[in-house]
Design a protein around this ligand. Sequence first.
Ligand SMILES: Cc1cc2nc3c(=O)[nH]c(=O)nc-3n(C[C@H](O)[C@H](O)[C@H](O)COP(=O)(O)OP(=O)(O)OC[C@H]3O[C@@H](n4cnc5c(N)ncnc54)[C@H](O)[C@@H]3O)c2cc1C
Length: 425
Amino acid sequence: MPQQFDVLIVGAGPAGCTAGVLLAKAGLSVCLVEKDVFPRFKIGESLLPAGNSVLRRIGVWDKMDEAGFIRKYGGEFVSSDGSSRLNNIFSDGLIEGMDYTYQVERSRFDQLMLDNARDHGCTIKQPCKVVDSTLADGYWQASLVSSGEADRVTSEVRARWLLDGSGRTAFYGKREQLAKDTLPYPKRLAVYSHFEGVKRLPSKERGGNIIITRLKDGWFWSIPLDKDKTSVGVVSRKRQSEWKNREFSLENFFFSQVERSSYLGELLADATPVDAFRATGDYSYSFTDYAFPQAVLLGDAAGFIDPVFSSGVYLAMRSAEMASDAIILAHQQQRRLSARECANYTRALKKNVRVMRDLIEIYYDNGKFPVFMAPTSKNKLFRAVNSIVAGNTSPGFAVWWRFKLFLLICKINKHYRLAPDQTLA
Ligand SMILES: Cc1cc2nc3c(=O)[nH]c(=O)nc-3n(C[C@H](O)[C@H](O)[C@H](O)COP(=O)(O)OP(=O)(O)OC[C@H]3O[C@@H](n4cnc5c(N)ncnc54)[C@H](O)[C@@H]3O)c2cc1C
């Protein structure tokens, strides 16, 4: 007989664990299935202050200092030669109470989130992969395969709701061959590893900041993870010819990109990799619909955007929050999600994502980027932009109109230079 739950969640990343806790707190029985053994390496290590409220709601916030995560008070945006620099301090934003968040080594953060889900009553199946799901008579019947060392054991689970938190694997979207939106972004590639010996910014407040260094057609991140370890990665255009070349190696590619920036050369002068180089490619996508009468896509399983503003984990947790609220209401009323609720969820999540996409498009556009790097104190414009960088993707009017004005100035700058050009290598 299959085990029966109210909710089956595929994947125990930030999206799956957040949804699991919220649904369990509302009294629903939750089965959280994760295919990997934790702790495991995962990219996506810099959080945004806008996610703090979700971490508080699920009971993780108070454990962050104790877990030894480094506090992040802002982000520093630097040009490739280091000649121009924008220090984005979260506490300067227009919205109060967002002074800092954390840089998290995902192996430890994801374990913390999973333990928290278990403590809140979720049934965890791990390592265990959801391989199939069919809806019949109002219930999902899912096949799970646990990947033990000796043999593969298949079991069945029945649930009223299916939440897909499987990340970029996109379990449900691929299985159901859901339609995708067309996103106007070129194919990009990220190559990254963990290092020791990467130089840090001076002072406690700045030492935990993310540093984003802009190249002509890409950028580097540097994220302090603990007192010794720093995550460093490059995002660049994916050129098929280069990638397919037999001589191509991730490490050579990484260091060839470092050479383009004197600033990075200095930052990484004494750096030694302490982990393998890894790569993620072709990564921006979005399904057209994110919600269905008994299934909802969360986080990366719904869509993924360029990580330059570190929005992935925040959007994953935010989507889980929105989905859980809708499901709790429908479950209490013993009904499925209505067409309107499904459309509302998709629209609301896409609206949040759109705000980050606006920033991302500015960052990559050499005609608009100079405005981002030349903050003005007039009309509190950059305090509003600062609040958006902190992840306020549903801004109130005060932030909203200033952000719209900022977008307009960026557009104008493409044709009439208002901000000084940046030298980019
Ligand atoms: C290069 C790069 C840099 C990034 N940097 C940042 C950053 O600095 N800050 C930030 O916030 N975000 C960043 N991100 C984005 C971030 O990694 C993701 O947005 C975030 O992890 C999404 O969370 P999630 O819970 O939706 O999915 P995930 O974290 O991917 O979790 C999905 C889980 O589902 C499991 N799973 C998959 N399929 C199945 C299955 N069939 N059965 C059971 N389990 C399954 C997986 O093993 C995984 O544990 C970055 C991404 C990339 C590619």
